[in-house]
Design a protein. Structure first.
Length: 222
């Protein structure tokens, strides 16, 4: 069982997250070997993925962590990867991530099987193929975060660095994000109710989401 020893974001990204990823792969492999066809398909997708991840922690003690997923392994890199190998680049405030990790640890979420499942799905050959040579650049703004106020995370898929100028911005209040994280509501419900606000050109994001959903349905994954 993977345990979070502290809510230090650097330790989490360098140690806990790779451990969760490897646990997720091991769980999928065990289920696949037991004859679970769905797990085999997900495992094949994860193992076929090959891409680096750039994670920038902003604020006090700012640092950058580099990871690389390939052949079902998650490795921590000592130096910045070649720009053309980066499949995900994220910048987030260190204090915000520390708070979220602390809350997750209190609720035991990082010790549960779904944490490993979520970690392992950060590597996806299907997503890489769907993006092809395009990039998806966006910001996620969370309002009313306890003790922090407004927190902005910058995300780039198929981008070497987190985007300063996004194609679109998604804004949500912390309480509503927590409802989604705990499974009480889904993003579509939040969007339809106006609690998830989108600004900018997010047409490619919708197209990409529908394409991946259709593929997953066709393969019996959802």
């Amino acid at each position: 069982m993977v345990r979070l020893m502290s809510n230090d974001p650097i330790q989490f990204l360098n140690e806990t997250f790779p451990a969760l990823f490897h646990k997720g792969v091991a769980d999928l492999r065990a289920k696949a070997e037991g004859g679970d066809a769905k797990s085999q398909k997900i495992l094949d997708d994860v193992v076929a993925a090959d891409g680096a991840v750039v994670l920038e922690l902003e604020g006090e003690g700012a640092t950058t962590v580099y990871l690389h997923a390939k052949d079902g392994e998650m490795k921590v890199l000592d130096a910045a990867p070649a720009p053309e190998t980066v499949s995900l680049a994220v910048a987030a405030p260190g204090p915000g991530l520390a708070m979220l990790l602390g809350e997750a640890a209190k609720q035991g979420e990082l010790e549960e099987e779904r944490a490993a499942q979520n970690a392992v799905r950060t590597a996806s050959k299907r997503l890489q193929d769907a993006l092809a040579d395009k990039s998806l650049l966006f910001h996620v703004v969370v309002e009313d975060v306890p003790e922090l106020g407004t927190v902005t995370t910058r995300v780039g898929l198929n981008a070497a660095t987190p985007p300063a100028d996004p194609s679109f911005t998604a804004t949500i209040k912390y309480a509503d994000l927590e409802e989604a994280r705990t499974g009480n509501v889904n993003p579509q419900m939040l969007f339809m109710s106006g609690k998830l606000r989108m600004e900018g050109d997010y047409s490619f994001a919708l197209q990409l989401g529908m394409q991946l959903m259709a593929q997953a349905q066709a393969e019996g994954l959802i």
